[in-house]
Design a binder for this molecule. Structure first.
Ligand code: FCB
Length: 456
């Protein structure tokens, strides 16, 4: 084992990420809250309820932990349904609350990155088919302009839309959910439809919404940096030598990763099974790329699934390490592979999400060290990575999996709202404060990794 230190750049941003509906609580006016009320939608019919009470006291308490860990950045989302509860009606108290939250971050030396849409829609938008029609584009642009105008003295780093691909797949392609053996009865998001065609339409409209928002934000704030948080998964053939598996993995990659990214860069949406569409204002409407990376899927040819996932089925390799609930393979190299791929775009990159469900925290320390090592390697190859936001700061309402999966650096008791920093949070704090990973740290938190991380 060698003695060595991995240095991160001094201005590298360290933080964590959260989303409004997952942490705020009593978020009653959006489509997710409504979705939770119908039995069968959420695993064991759990509810978001008070969540992590960020609309109350929980926010400040978690932020204190973030400050204690030495975070210099935080990615949060604001809730459209709170800001515009009815069409054209602005809730100034909600806006003031977000102003307060952003100021509270700044006071602690934490720079906010604000996501304007993270999965949930106001009820009035959902009732009008949300992203299924182009009608939403001007509504979204108006909301974004109002929000940015109200918050622009406190934030200049914006994510317009979180994971258009996940939103479209989880809400419109039920078969996809069954491909990975989740514990939940279904991984469906609202509106829970079954139409691949609508999924592609939704993505196209989100791209339109992004382009409109990008333009609107820059008009209000010329110095703004505006991006999208893009979920990217590695798709590898389950049997590397099998031509059909390779073909299916290639297809999944095109559908899930490539098409959206390519549209964001070129303005051309190569709608699968359709004619290419040029989206007005999209080309060049990207100041940075947000990468949400979690896992890899191994794809196997399956003749019984001709339509929804084009003969490809994801399989779990019993020999690879998995996170809780078979959420996914722990595959740090995938982060490096995705960063390498994004390098070609020439855009600055923020890792806007990366994490794992791990209630007893026996995997998270090693996860952090191995994934951050890949980030460090990529930085050393001059890939412009500006910061890392771990998902998540605190245990939160994990959508259809509700409280089954615990992603937090802070452990939350949902009933009592008590919290405690996990050991992985202590480790992450050391890394954030010092900006380095060295053999001493690895020895202390994950000694089994010493030879892997510092060979020689
Ligand atoms: C991402 C979502 C985020 C969280 C993590 C685990 O796809 O953006 O809200 O649920 O997965």
């Amino acid at each position: 084992m060698a003695k060595a230190t991995m240095y991160f750049p001094p201005d590298f941003k360290w933080g964590a990420a959260t989303a409004a509906h997952q942490v705020e609580g009593n978020n009653t006016n959006n489509d997710w809250w409504a979705w939770e009320q119908t039995p069968g939608h959420i695993s064991r019919d759990q509810k978001s309820g008070l969540a992590a009470d960020w609309w109350g006291d929980g926010f400040e308490r978690d932020l204190d932990f973030a400050a204690q860990m030495g975070h210099t950045a935080h990615r949060l989302s604001i809730e459209w349904a709170r800001i515009e509860p009815q069409e054209g009606v602005w809730d100034t108290a909600a806006i003031d609350r977000y102003r307060y939250m952003l100021s509270a971050m700044r006071r602690r030396g934490i720079e906010p990155m604000v996501t304007l849409h993270h999965f949930s829609n106001p009820l009035w938008v959902a009732e009008r088919d949300a992203w299924e029609t182009t009608a939403i584009v001007p509504w979204f642009e108006r909301y974004v302009s109002k929000a940015v105008d109200s918050l622009k003295d406190l934030c200049d780093l914006w994510v317009t839309i979180n994971e258009p691909n996940v939103y479209a797949v989880a809400g419109y392609v039920p078969d996809q959910a069954e491909t990975v053996d989740h514990d939940a009865p279904s991984a469906l998001f609202p509106p829970g439809k079954n139409s691949l065609n609508l999924a592609f339409t939704v993505v196209a409209n989100m791209l339109r919404g992004h382009a409109a928002a990008y333009r609107g934000i820059h008009q209000l704030q010329p110095t703004a940096r505006v991006g999208v948080a893009q979920n990217m998964r590695v798709f590898d053939p389950a049997r590397p030598d099998n031509v059909l598996d390779r073909f299916c993995a290639f297809n999944r990659d095109r559908l899930f990763n490539h098409t959206l990214l390519n549209a964001l860069l070129t303005g051309r949406y190569d709608r699968p099974f359709g004619v290419p569409q040029w989206i007005r204002g999209l080309k060049g409407a990207l100041d940075f790329i947000g990468l949400n990376y979690y896992t890899r899927e191994l794809v196997k040819f399956d003749r019984s699934r001709p339509t929804t996932i084009m003969f490809g089925r994801s399989v779990l390799d019993p020999n690879t390490p998995m996170s809780d609930g078979n959420y996914g393979e722990l595959y740090p190299l995938g982060l490096f592979r995705m960063l390498k791929r994004l390098e070609r775009t020439g855009k600055p990159i923020f890792i806007t999400e990366n994490g794992l469900p791990d209630a007893d925290d026996d995997q998270r320390p090693a996860f952090l060290l191995t994934h951050l090592r890949e980030v460090w390697r990529a930085i050393n190859q001059n890939i412009p990575i500006m910061g890392y936001y771990h998902w998540s700061l605190v245990d939160n309402f994990e959508w259809a999996e509700a409280w089954n999966l615990r992603f937090g650096l802070i452990k939350l008791n949902v009933e009592t709202q008590e919290r405690r920093l996990r050991r992985s949070g202590e480790l992450y704090g050391e890394i954030c404060r010092r900006g380095v990973i060295d053999d001493g740290l690895v020895y202390e938190y994950a000694p089994a990794l010493l030879d892997t991380l510092f060979p020689g």
